[in-house]
Design a protein around this ligand. Structure first.
Ligand SMILES: [Zn+2]
Ligand SMILES: [Zn+2]
Length: 326
């Protein structure tokens, strides 16, 4: 059996909406390129830097921070985290994709608290990130607008590996035995063999492997992600309430119920769904069970309710697995 290739690795650093509780911190999610240490942070609620330490992630390998919207439970941990990266002697530039207000806030806080970062921030207004942005050779990010009390965004996180494979079958058929010629072709060198020129380009097959996850910010209209989700293997979305509680609370807070997200995922034929950002009232095991039942009633795919420090991996075939921490 062909081994599937894990491409994206997820660690939930906070899964509570609005306020931290004893068991859950406010929103933050680490997404790592499974091939190396590069990782992206989506949201940075207060206390995220402790969670990062506990999850054994290094601020040195952080390549980008995406902030979905300006509500405190999604960003109050940002400046402290940037300061700590500075004290850890980070020098590599750091990309921040966020609403413009976040840049103003960082600037004001730096001025008012004598903060001087020893590394440059590459600030990108989230409105400019609706085209795909290449962050590293393998990771890219794209923002999608959502609906919330303030402008809010989802982020596509895409890992793409390009592998060059030598067409050994063709070479064997030509009577070229394994050896130096194979090595040269693999390295892209054309080879003169007897009367013949073997062109590297004729014997190298390009294979592309890709994994695509969408991480939503707060949002009361999951259907806004319909187009983006057509290409995605995983949606991570808020599910602050059950439908019954949402009906009681009313539409003012502009959040989604489990039912809304589950129905959307089912209509889209999405194969994987992870729900997060639970109201404190839904965080005990009874509350989680009610949410899970509601999802099950409307969605037939593979789903999880995230807890803090839960880890998942997504491979290039679109298979999502929960990682056993024991
Ligand atoms: Zn929130
Ligand atoms: Zn919010």
């Amino acid at each position: 059996m062909k081994n599937s290739n894990n491409m994206l690795h997820f660690t939930f650093l906070g899964t509570s909406s609005g306020v931290p509780t004893l068991t859950r911190n406010v929103s933050a999610l680490a997404i790592r390129n499974s091939k190396n240490k590069d990782w992206i942070l989506v949201d940075a609620g207060e206390g995220t830097q402790h969670r990062i330490q506990q999850a054994k992630l290094s601020l040195q390998s952080l390549v980008a921070i995406c902030i979905t919207h300006i509500h405190g439970d999604h960003c109050y941990g940002l400046v402290g985290l940037l300061a700590s990266a500075g004290m850890n002697a980070r020098t590599a530039p750091l990309t921040i994709i966020a609403p413009e207000e976040i840049q103003q806030w960082i600037k004001a806080t730096a001025q008012l608290t004598d903060l001087h970062l020893p590394y440059p921030l590459n600030f990108i207004d989230v409105n400019e990130a609706t085209q795909i942005l290449q962050i590293t050779d393998e990771l890219s990010i794209q923002a999608h607008p959502l609906s919330h009390r303030v402008p809010s965004f989802a982020f596509s996180i895409i890992a793409q590996y390009i592998q060059k494979k030598l067409d050994t079958q063709a070479l064997i058929q030509l009577g070229v035995a394994k050896g130096k010629v194979w090595g040269d072709l693999q390295q892209g060198l054309d080879v003169q063999l007897n009367e013949q020129t073997l062109k590297a380009v004729d014997f190298i097959q390009i294979q592309t492997q890709r994994a695509h996850a969408i991480v939503g910010g707060d949002n009361d209209r999951p259907e806004l992600l319909a187009q983006a989700c057509q290409d995605a293997q995983l949606l991570i979305h808020e599910s602050t309430y059950t439908q019954a509680i949402l009906d009681k609370v009313g539409s003012g807070p502009m959040h989604s119920s489990a039912k809304m997200v589950a129905e959307f995922a089912q209509q889209q034929g999405l194969s994987n769904l992870i729900l997060t950002h639970f109201s404190p009232r839904h965080q005990d095991s009874a509350g989680q069970q009610v949410i899970a039942e509601e999802v099950r009633n409307f969605y037939k795919g593979n789903f999880y309710l995230a807890h803090d420090f839960d880890q998942f991996s997504l491979d290039e075939t679109g298979r999502l697995s929960k990682i056993d921490k024991s």
